[in-house]
Design a protein around this ligand. Sequence first.
Ligand SMILES: NC(=O)C1=CN([C@@H]2O[C@H](COP(=O)(O)OP(=O)(O)OC[C@H]3O[C@@H](n4cnc5c(N)ncnc54)[C@H](O)[C@@H]3O)[C@@H](O)[C@H]2O)C=CC1
Ligand code: BAL
Length: 517
Amino acid sequence: MAQPVEISIAAASRKVTVPTGLFINNEFVPSVDSNELIQCINPATEEVICSVVAGSVADIDRAVAAARAAYNTTWGKNVGPLERARLLHRLADLMERDRDTLAELESLNNGKPVRVARDFDIGDSIGCLRYYAGWADKITGQTIEVDNKTKLAFTRHDPIGVCGQIIPWNYPINMWAWKVAPALACGCTIVMKPSEITPLTALKLSELIVEAGFPPGVVNTVPSLGSVGGAALAAHPDVDKVAFTGSTVTGRKIMEAAAKSNLKKASPERALLAILEQVSLELGGKSPHIVFASADLEQAANWAALGILYNTGQDCTAGSRLFVQDTVYDKFISILVSKAKEIVVGNGFDEKTSGGPVVSKMQYDKVWSYIESGKQEGAKVILGGQKRAGKGFFVDPTIFTDVRPDMKIVRDEIFGPVLAVAKFSTEEEAVKLANDTSYGLGAGLHSKDADQCMRVSSALEAGTVWVNQYNLLYNNVPFGGKKQSGIGRELGSYALEEYTSVKAVHWNFGEKLDWPF
Ligand SMILES: NC(=O)C1=CN([C@@H]2O[C@H](COP(=O)(O)OP(=O)(O)OC[C@H]3O[C@@H](n4cnc5c(N)ncnc54)[C@H](O)[C@@H]3O)[C@@H](O)[C@H]2O)C=CC1
Ligand code: BAL
């Protein structure tokens, strides 16, 4: 079993062929020692789309060996920056060519609307590949004077090596691009483990890796269960760096695995420093979104609704805790509810649809258990909160008011279209409520008072703060979290630091060493 399957996309009158094997050394191959398969489900219909090979620990070993061989021969320091840039641009061209098919496949496997996948996820991913193609020949070190007459030092930003990249199911193509583009621009090789829930587009993109002309072994793709392939990749002694996006629980496990594998070579005191260079984690969030009385309420309601409903709330930066100033509270809530009602949730192949189902039965059950807990803990449902009849893991926009800070719906990351709204009266109170979380990924505020915007954006404990907008990201602006939302930064020039290792070279052109010293 590693044969491609033909998937019929009836709504678009199209058929698409999808590889189902593990992608190692530019070939789709069966597992070396396992017959396990991963079933891919369409969350809008609950039907099986197809099955793909589930990689084993031995398959991860094989993929890492392929990545190491490529790093030492055809890639790494053996390929120039212009060639790395050319290939990244070529890959971007191919994604552009296949944009519609990729969007349809993404929609089938993940549930997000085709329009959203095509215009946002894939559009941004193409932009990401091109952005880092532009960086490939601009990764420079410094020349440092240490003694004018006899010595100088310089730094080189070497590729960090073989990277294990573990990505989630909420943005399968986009998270692929965020990981692959900077790593390749820096000269790293990759073993990519897509989520077992959404492996199809990573496999389809692997075909484009071959077509673009990347040498074998530069990018390898191993769909596998997290507890099998993900854990093996994180603990692998020949993986130089692990980059992860996903839950905080799994992020902790990855940190532990990387530390243990580093301990094989490093002393315990060095292990922490070693893993800080070698692990980057983009984890969960429970992001606050504050609306002050002076805000443009119509606009703030649009951004607040986008903040929780975009990607059906399955977004690490979802603005899931909304704080509204008491003097405008009633007016704002009525605008917000009317905005949320306008969002079309349903058929992903309809261009008017903005929201799809949540990704899986497990996620559906998790979201509903939070909705039930919100009701039981005494929060008031002012929108949604009722199950739909029929097939598909659909959850309609759900808004709770009268929430307290101790409620589970206020404390935990739900990863669904479920908003908890609370009232505040002073700026100080809003900041205190906003920062009352173990997470620190995103935060938003709306106000027409510029001084207030500056004060509050400075006080909010988050890696990203949006002022008078929410949830928009750009490839040239860094992204990442504080507190339990992660370590390291993706996007922008900052991501290059995650995939390079700085080497200082000390050059002596005149100093004689007196002996004995
Ligand atoms: N920050 C984010 O973007 C994401 C957050 N989540 C949160 O996590 C919750 C659970 O979703 P999951 O799919 O279970 O997330 P997860 O964090 O377990 O999965 C993300 C990736 O990690 C892999 N993984 C799982 N266990 C692993 C391990 N022991 N070692 C290495 N890799 C491992 C998975 O196979 C997947 O590729 C969601 O409800 C949501 O709250 C989920 C996905 C993305
Ligand atoms: N929205 C940025 C990436 C994420 O949700 O995982």
